[in-house]
Design a protein around this ligand. Sequence first.
Ligand SMILES: Cc1ncc(COP(=O)(O)O)c(C=O)c1O
Length: 409
Amino acid sequence: MLKDTGNAGRMPARFTIMDMLIPLSSPDITQAEIDAVIDVLKTSTLSIGPKIEQFEQACATVAGRRHGIGVSSGTSGLHLCMLAAGLKPGDEVITTPFSFVASTNCILFAGARPVFVDIDPKSLNIDVSRVESAVTDKTKAIVAVEAFGHPGGMVELERIAQRNELILIEDCCEGFGGGIGEHGPVSAVHARGRRIGSFGRAGVFGFYPNKQITTGEGGMIVTDDDRFAALCRSYRNQGRDGMNWLAHARLGYNYRLSEINAALGIAQVLRIDEILSARRRVANAYMRRLMTNPSLILPNIDESIDMSWFVFVVRLSDLFDAADRDELIIGMRQSGIGASNYFPPIHLQPYVRDALGTKPGDFPVCEYVSNRTIALPFFNRMTEGQVNLVCDTLEKLIERRLVTRKPRT
Ligand SMILES: Cc1ncc(COP(=O)(O)O)c(C=O)c1O
């Protein structure tokens, strides 16, 4: 079994980033970002100032929304969405088992019950054809995740949410800048098509350093709903409702994002077109290099999808299982190349099994996919030479594994 099932870029103690010839992820920080942070440090306003407002506006524009509410992480943003949606113990929330755990944890934070629905093997997002049969009279919301930045199924989910009077929250932590139905620079005005972050009641972006843009740590709620936005602003700021610093209208949190982080975020958003096209270039290089390998299934992206590449994840064919996958990841890391098993099924995490009674076999598509996925190194400045080295190493390891493993019974 693999010891490391951590988030992108986080390595187990045995394999540190420093050891990696090619890391799994790497932030793209230019002099503009450094200057922006230093400029803030020269002022006396390090929190609650003009930078956060500017960053909120910039992110709202990318998502095609009216409001942005900057928060300390994607997880805290999701938590606030659950509170603003009014979720309480006894409520059910439909979600995907194939994600980073925060998309389920936010439901548990609110005391509500996550109800998992299996995934679509192509988009790796929740299977929209199965969602309505999971709706009960306790269902209040859907937390949908755009796995690896793929917005597949979001239009259908929005219709399902409307038809069943459910609150749709988009966990778009992995999809900043992507969309459906229209391609082109994010900085251009999008008259047609839909942007990631624009579906349902609200969306939440994440800005951990492995994401398309980073603020070190940080997140952003985006919504068109004035009341929802006001509630999120209040919950983020210790439940304050107005100018009086020591008046607290509700039980809140300190989930604020500092001016330093916001300044970094603004400098990154200003480069969003360049960043997304660099990531497209790396994804295309992987696609070209690996498309003829019969042992691998590559990401499947329809023409209509304007993918915002978060990570590059390949899937091993039916010939392989989880033990093969784990051996390949260990082999990659021993060769100095970052690799990870994105994502272990959430319903099989020990605390989720304890809380919900879920078990192996409950969501077969998720488990099948999850047993065979490998995230490969992916970052803006990755060169074609690095892509080739990753692919050569992976292919050699696959060939060796096919020869040396025990025959399947
Ligand atoms: C789908 C998804 N949701 C939520 C999060 C949580 O974001 P953060 O690490 O900023 O709390 C992540 C982060 O990796 C994520 O990938």
